[in-house]
Design a protein around this ligand. Structure first.
Ligand code: SF4
Length: 110
């Protein structure tokens, strides 16, 4: 359930982009690969800035394809540690049962 009205001090969610690389080449994709994987420390700073500016309850992790970002599990854990819900915007191509278990375990850090 959402709380209305959304304001500058309360929004249900926002998103961060951890990479602009992808493991697919969809014909209609508008995404250009310009910088590849972004530094983990910069991602953490952006997570904290999003929380400070919007007081959001969840952060969607997007790309590119976030599952190919090497530190994705740490990003998920970091968002959860800050008291927010991490959500993945993914094509699912690189998801394995082991990777899914690791991501689920990262949420248990809360
Ligand atoms: S999965 Fe998304 S980011 Fe990747 S090529 Fe397709 S539309 Fe683009």
């Amino acid at each position: 359930m959402y709380r209305f009205p959304w304001t500058q001090v309360y929004t249900p969610g926002t998103w961060i982009e951890v990479t602009d690389s992808c493991d697919l080449s969809c014909p209609g994709c508008f995404r250009q690969q310009l910088e590849g994987h972004r530094p983990l420390e910069l991602i953490k700073e952006e997570v904290q800035l999003c929380q400070k500016l919007t007081n959001c309850e969840r952060i969607a992790i997007a790309g590119g394809e976030p599952l190919i970002y090497p530190d994705l599990t740490e990003v998920v854990a970091f968002i959860a540690e800050q008291g927010m819900k991490p959500v993945l915007m993914t094509n699912g191509e690189s998801l394995s049962p082991e990777y899914a278990r690791d991501l689920k375990a990262a949420l248990l850090v809360v």
